[in-house]
Design a protein around this ligand. Structure first.
Ligand SMILES: [Zn+2]
Length: 117
């Protein structure tokens, strides 16, 4: 049994401590439960979607391009937030994350789901 954390977007598996309320479990960890999604996370998701839709014709976008554009010179500090937002959007079937591509140095590469365009 696997679920995706509604905060960081990573998948996590059933553990015994979830036995009683697995149906209701939403977060993978205490840290994620504390870091509930905020308006700023929603705004970041909207930005990612607008940015990807603006890529015409639709093509792949690199996560670090989003981070640099949105957060400017201190983007590295916020890159994990961008990755989490991309994972959340992919679980909602809005984006497709492409498999690892060596040339792009381990960064997440994604494109908007065709139905969304
Ligand atoms: Zn999490």
């Amino acid at each position: 049994m696997e679920k995706n954390c509604v905060s960081c977007g990573l998948s996590f598996s059933f553990r015994r401590k979830f036995e009683k309320n697995w149906e209701e479990v939403k977060y993978c960890s205490k840290k994620c439960r504390k870091n509930k999604l905020q308006n700023s996370d929603k705004e970041l998701e909207d930005f990612i979607l607008d940015f990807s839709r603006g890529n015409c014709p639709p093509r792949v976008t690199q996560a670090r391009t989003i981070s640099r554009t949105y957060f400017g010179i201190y983007w590295k500090k916020f890159h994990q937030r961008v990755l989490a937002a991309i994972r959340r959007l992919s679980h909602r079937n809005i984006l497709i994350i492409h498999p690892y591509k060596k040339a792009l140095k381990q960064d997440i590469v994604f494109e908007i789901h065709k139905k969304e365009v």
